[in-house]
Write a protein that binds this ligand. Structure first.
Ligand code: PEP
Ligand code: MN
Length: 338
């Protein structure tokens, strides 16, 4: 149920409606929005009767929400969510490029990459410190040392940092450094982690699970938002299909659909979405052509020596060329680079 307040509703009216919702054993969620005040009601098992709220002071109308995920839906919040990360706006109409290595490996590696991608127009630095690897024998990340190097790279370049948080135990340490907390594909349905980042209130990028439907993905986002954190962006990073020539199948077809049903910003990751460096450029261009809010790509000074995801990493030269193309695609759509 969505309760839309009238334009003349006062703060007392809003409080009164929230109280009534609580009396019914339900949860009121005030929806941030520039245009109007609205209250999303969650916690009901079956359909609610709009008559319960329609005649409360200040209420314009109460309407049922048809989707299983409520707070992330456009029905509840028609205007796009814009996330401000140290002045970089994601979801505000610009195309934001996030780039950097898969894993932080050394000071020299991360700072040289940060400088290069910044120079070419990227505005957010990516880099994993705690890595969720398929094999326990693979490089697991530099952990706390990796976080400290990311903080140094931010100081050196002024770029905000996105880095993965892989469990609730390390969340406090990661949240201290990260400007955006990345929830990886393998953790999309780690509900304790979703609840914890929801309570924390920092920007979150939620990657789509390896074999998750859009409905499951949006339900996972709803876990975060229902804890009061609206600063959530979604990231399409490819799904598992029968195809083996690519690491994953980048599901670009869902981008316009997701755009229509949720107000959350959408980012595409062509690096994990293909797993093949020479496919990353073309699929980044394709992703940009869908009008997404962000692109996240892996770049490494020497991909053949990378400790994780070398086969999909772009060299500095490849990234430079790619950014030239991304600028052209974004300009064709009238979209500035963020
Ligand atoms: C990553 O971004 O390096 C990563 C591990 O991504 P994903 O969770 O999409 O596999
Ligand atoms: Mn990676």
């Amino acid at each position: 149920m969505l309760i839309v307040m009238s334009s003349t509703a006062t703060a007392d009216h809003v409080r009164g409606v929230c109280e009534r919702v609580r009396e019914l054993g339900l949860t009121p969620n005030e929806i941030p929005g520039a245009v109007r005040v609205a209250i999303g009601v969650t916690g009901n098992k079956g359909a609610l009767d709009p008559a319960l709220f329609n005649r409360l002071p200040g209420v314009q109308e109460a309407v049922a929400v048809s989707k299983p995920w409520k707070l992330v839906s456009r029905e509840v919040k028609p205007d796009d969510t814009v996330i401000d990360v140290r002045g970089v706006k994601i979801g505000g109409g610009a195309l934001v490029v996030m780039a950097g290595p898969c894993s932080v490996e050394s000071r020299e590696q991360v700072i040289s990459t940060a400088r290069h991608v910044r120079e070419q127009g990227a505005s957010i630095l990516r880099g994993g410190a705690f890595k969720p690897r398929t094999s326990p024998y693979d490089f697991q990340g530099l952990r706390e040392e990796g976080l400290a190097l990311l903080a140094e790279a931010r100081d050196a370049t002024g770029m905000p940092i996105i880095t993965e948080v892989k469990d609730t135990e390390t969340l406090p340490a990661v949240a201290e450094v990260a400007d955006i907390l990345q929830i990886g594909a393998r953790n999309m349905q780690n509900f304790s982690l979703l609840e914890a980042v929801g309570a924390l209130g920092k920007p979150v990028m939620l990657k789509r699970g390896i074999a998750s439907t859009v409905n499951e993905w949006l339900m996972a986002a709803e876990y975060i938002v229902s804890r009061g954190n609206y600063q959530v962006m979604l990231c399409e990073r490819g799904i598992r299909t029968f195809e083996t020539l690519t690491r994953n199948t980048l599901d670009l077809g869902i981008v316009p659909i997701v755009r229509g049903i949720t107000h959350l910003p959408i980012v595409v990751d062509p690096s994990h979405g293909t797993g093949v460096a020479r496919a990353v450029g073309p699929m980044t261009r394709a992703a940009a052509a869908t009008g997404v809010d962000g692109i996240i790509v892996e770049v490494h000074p020497s991909p053949s020596k990378a400790l994780s995801d070398g086969p999909q990493a772009l060299t500095f030269e490849m990234f430079t060329e790619l950014m030239g193309d991304v600028r052209k695609v974004a300009a064709a759509l009238g979209q500035p680079l963020g």
